[in-house]
Design a protein around this ligand. Structure first.
Ligand SMILES: Nc1ncnc2c1ncn2[C@@H]1O[C@H](COP(=O)(O)OP(=O)(O)OP(=O)(O)O)[C@@H](O)[C@H]1O
Length: 492
């Protein structure tokens, strides 16, 4: 805490090169003492963090934007989570009353504890350091305080908004492509680390402030598998990062269903094609996360579900569930609605759709209304690449579903094919490289397609770029996005 802290924050020009991706050195700081004060203008201050406004509220806590008043003087997001949730504790107590008392408390009971969940989320985030994963910077865990604070990099662009009130898509196909690519890169890293995210959906993808990229967030139901890590990286690679955190050695939670209903893969919910009755889930299911205690192991392992499009044997739950969820996410971004069922579908109907029905595209995709060519367009149709990609993501049979590695490889192959206009992933990487070197030229290139788009639905960063391009022609380069960021921040 080096500075005089209560003065209004000013972005420190020495706080790192804004053109570089956010990647502070060092590991996650674990702080065991919390000092709580008020600044002169009565704003709460936690250690060196001066609280600004609230950006989010999840099931378990609140997320606040704060100014880090240490040398960096940058904005961070702090998630404050209560260690104990009295309501959840009461429910646990009620449940335990009916159980025989034993020193061998079932692990599933421990998993129900909120503190366990937070600690697991922290342990998983501590393993991650990647450009497309939100970075955990510090954990403030003072035993005398009822909350645990997770200090994270602040993603100022917020959640991906993907539809308007009429359930029409608001992103252009090209933007969906970029988002999809970013998530593939993030997932590739997570899977290499032995982490299954388990809750990929638009609400868990956050834009950076300049809206140049998205990052994966919310590891509340994620799973780490040491075996998976060994398989992905090889024993030599992981010798140094053996999971010394016992919370990560607990494999039992993979057998519990977690995630968000419309995004669940068929292998997670296969048993729901039976005729048992189920509670209805609400229309808000696309944004809420489901935690069900029904253990997959309770279901007959040889159960077979016969559907009109697939015969599913009980399939293992692996990282492929993230690939499926990415397919559902991509579909949502392109069409503005979910691929299986409707927001009003009950849980049983929804799961039946997921397990037994094929998805159908609309005639047009994206806010720029590109033709899809139907469910099976010919290879020469401009919609072929996207429909084909959705088909490979949304394979009900895990063995046929594309892997993240293959998705990335095919994307690289498309990248090679610079002559092909139909490539979904064409030149994203190179384009970004070009942007870094010659920003104004690439901005002109990017804007070429956008002239006819609906002004209302063009995200703000494109408007900014368009303005800067038309004002400056080819040179000088447009203002750096962070100049907007700091202005915004000061005016808040
Ligand atoms: N690093 C961040 N930068 C900016 N906004 C964030 C960040 N982390 C979270 N948020 C915002 O706060 C909201 C709630 O955060 P988060 O999803 O992590 O909470 P949660 O309690 O785990 O939620 P859930 O109920 O989905 O489990 C998010 O939807 C997002 O809008």
């Amino acid at each position: 805490m080096a500075t005089d802290v209560d003065s209004p924050p000013v972005l420190n020009p020495l706080a790192g090169d804004p053109a570089q991706p956010f990647d502070p050195p060092g590991t996650v700081r674990m702080t065991e003492e919390l000092s709580f004060k008020y600044s002169d203008d009565r704003r709460p201050r936690l250690n060196q963090y001066l609280r600004s406004h609230r950006v989010g509220k999840g099931h378990h806590g609140e997320v606040w934007v704060c100014w880090d008043l240490s040398d960096n003087r940058r904005e961070v997001a702090i998630k404050a989570v209560k260690r104990n949730n009295p309501r959840a504790e009461k429910m646990n107590l009620l449940r335990r009353k009916n159980l025989p008392t034993s020193s061998h408390t079932p692990l599933t009971d421990k998993l129900g504890s909120l503190e366990h969940k937070i600690r697991k989320e922290i342990a998983i985030m501590k393993k991650c350091r990647h450009g497309h994963i939100v970075r955990l910077l510090e954990v403030i865990d003072d035993k005398l305080n009822e909350r645990i604070y997770m200090v994270m990099e602040y993603l100022g662009g917020g959640e991906i908004k993907w539809r308007n009130e009429q359930h029409q898509p608001i992103l252009q196909v090209d933007q969906c492509r970029r988002i999809c690519r970013d998530v593939i890169l993030g997932l590739e890293y997570l899977h290499y680390q032995g982490i299954i995210h388990r809750d990929i959906k638009p609400a868990n993808l956050l834009w950076t402030a300049d809206r140049q990229m998205v990052k994966i967030t919310d590891f509340g139901v994620s799973h780490f598998s040491y075996a998976q890590r060994l398989a992905a990286a090889g024993r030599g690679q992981v010798a140094s990062d053996d999971p010394n955190d016992p919370i990560l050695l607990d494999d039992s939670d993979l057998s519990k269903r977690a995630g968000t209903p419309p995004f669940l893969a068929p292998e997670v919910i296969a048993e729901y094609t039976s005729t048992e009755s189920s509670p209805i889930i609400s229309a808000s299911a696309t944004t809420s996360t489901l935690h069900l205690n029904k253990s997959v192991t309770q279901i007959n392992s040889s159960s077979t579900i016969k559907g009109s499009h697939a015969i599913l044997h009980r399939q293992p739950i692996t990282k492929a569930i993230d690939v499926w969820a990415l397919g559902v996410t991509l579909y949502c971004l392109l069409f503005g609605h979910i691929p299986f069922g409707t927001p009003d579908s009950g849980e049983f109907a929804l799961y039946n759709f997921i397990c037994n029905s094929d998805w159908e595209p609309d005639e047009l995709m994206g806010s720029d209304c590109k033709e899809t060519g139907g469910r099976h367009p010919s290879a020469t149709h401009s919609g072929y690449i996207v429909m084909n990609l959705l088909t490979s993501f949304l394979q009900k049979d895990v063995r046929k579903r594309i892997t993240i590695d293959n998705a990335k490889t095919s994307e690289d192959e498309y990248d090679e094919d610079l002559d092909s206009d139909s490539s979904f992933f064409r030149d994203t990487h190179r384009q970004r490289q070009r942007e870094a070197i010659r920003p104004s030229a690439s901005l002109m290139y990017e804007d070429a397609d956008e002239e006819e788009s609906d002004e209302e639905t063009v995200p703000i960063e494109f408007k900014r770029r368009r303005a800067s391009v038309s004002a400056t022609a080819a040179s000088p380069p447009p203002p750096h996005p962070l100049s907007d960021f700091s202005d915004d921040a000061r005016s808040r």
